[in-house]
Design a protein around this ligand. Structure first.
Ligand SMILES: *Cc1c(COP(=O)(O)O)cnc(C)c1O
Length: 415
């Protein structure tokens, strides 16, 4: 039966006519935002088309899980954002990470993680991946020689973060990727911080030997692409068709899909992402510099600030962006002097009024989280001052109000 020639004859019962109604609105409707297409079922025009279905590329539609015009649109825009060629959408940033590891690793393989990796990536590696016989090791992201000596004959994948989670050390990403390429090991970058704006993961360096690129960029769209603190989604961008196909197969077998309304929300927020990223960056640097002058703070961890771990690497990779000011996400950490007890640091966090206690970042509301770094790292990083780490995600509130909030909360420390 051809759905475009639906029976809408007066002989059909009303129930049938309401479902198979023949009216089609005129084509040519153009509006600022794209339409939202929702589907589990996709209707084929005939059996031949159904048998000839193709879900591996964007040549057609087969089933809601394999793509709709709405998801294709977002995927293509994210390819443009990150400079890749193929994209998969998944229900969260963590799902992007898990899909990459599950797709590219098998029993007997080894995966390497930086010591400052996103915590749940490490937890996945230590639990499910270990259960499937995938081994792992942790490397020092600030030491190329350490990674070089850890890559072994069974190493298949190296995870990268620039900068690392919470402590925000900026590694020599170019050096790390080049090393992995020389050893024939796949690289997957968690690109949530750079977001496609601070640097280009598929165009890290151009020289006589070509363009240096990561193999996979995983991105928590939950953060800046959403910008609202209200949507969970992730993306996996690649440039090599063969790598994409392995990921696409895993994506299909795992049954991963995203809701059309969530995709719509991200499509709506993407045009303002560059503006928001700059605004978060500017406010975060202002507050980070101010905090660096406060006597209670012994260290500020923000890659764009001179003296922060890996600042020179940030400078060379992200320093040219934004007319020479460089680009950075609006997130940084501080180390509070070791003379303050954990209880005092907790009181400082509780005393903040505009900065709310909560995970994630990239939304309009400023957030704060105290961390126990000793419990999170294999090796105590020598470049960290003694004390308690507190991470701030700077929202879009007025920066003077945020500074005043920090100032009043700092006063509670010495009370
Ligand atoms: C938030 C985050 C993730 C996970 O994203 P979710 O959508 O919350 O699962 C992954 N990596 C980094 C660096 C993140 O900040």
């Amino acid at each position: 039966m051809n759905p475009t020639a639906s029976p809408d004859t007066p002989e059909s019962a009303l129930d049938t006519r309401l479902i198979h109604h023949a009216y089609q609105p005129p084509g040519g409707f153009v509006a600022p935002q794209p339409a939202v297409h929702k589907a589990s079922t996709v209707i084929f025009p005939n059996v031949a088309a159904m048998r000839a279905r193709e879900w591996k590329d964007k040549s057609g539609y087969t089933y809601g899980l394999h793509g709709t015009p709405t998801t294709f649109l977002l995927e293509e825009r994210l390819c443009a954002l990150e400079g890749g060629a193929q994209c998969l959408l998944v229900p969260s940033g963590l799902a992007a990470i898990s899909t990459v590891s599950l797709a590219l690793l098998r029993t007997g393989d080894e995966v390497l993680l930086p010591d400052n990796a996103y915590g749940p990536n490490r937890a996945l590696t230590e639990s499910l991946l270990a259960q499937f016989g995938v081994r792992h090791a942790v490397y020092d992201p600030m030491d190329l020689a350490d990674l070089a000596q850890r890559i072994g004959p069974t190493t298949r994948l190296v995870w990268l973060e620039a900068p690392g989670s919470v402590t925000l050390e900026f590694p020599d990403l170019v050096g790390l990727v080049r090393l992995c390429r020389e050893r024939g090991v796949l690289t997957a970058l968690d690109n949530t911080w750079g977001a496609g704006l601070a640097f280009s993961p598929f165009d890290l360096l151009r020289d006589a030997s070509g363009t240096l690129a990561v193999d996979v960029s995983a991105h928590a769209l939950t953060k800046y692409p959403s910008g609202g603190g209200d949507v969970l989604m992730g993306s996996i961008v690649t440039r090599e068709p063969a790598v994409h196909l392995r990921l696409k197969l895993a994506h299909m077998h795992l049954g991963l899909g995203v809701g059309a309304n969530d995709v719509e929300t991200i499509l709506r927020a993407l045009p303002s992402m560059g503006l928001r990223y700059r605004a978060h960056d500017k406010a975060a640097r202002t507050l980070a510099r101010w905090l660096a002058e406060q006597p209670a703070i012994v260290q500020v961890l923000h890659p764009a600030l001179a003296g922060s771990p890996g600042h020179a690497h940030w400078q060379s990779l992200c320093g040219a962006a934004h007319a020479g000011e460089g680009a950075a996400a609006g997130i940084f950490s501080v180390v509070l002097d070791a003379r303050y007890s954990q209880a005092q640091v907790d009181m400082f966090c509780d005393a903040l009024r505009l900065f709310k206690l909560g995970y994630s970042w990239g939304g309009p509301i400023s957030l704060v989280v105290p961390y126990d770094i000793a419990s999170m790292r294999k090796r105590a990083p020598a470049h960290l001052a003694a004390g308690t780490v507190v991470r701030f995600s700077v929202g879009l509130e007025d920066v003077a109000d945020l500074r005043a909030d920090l100032a009043q909360a700092l006063q509670t420390l010495d009370r």
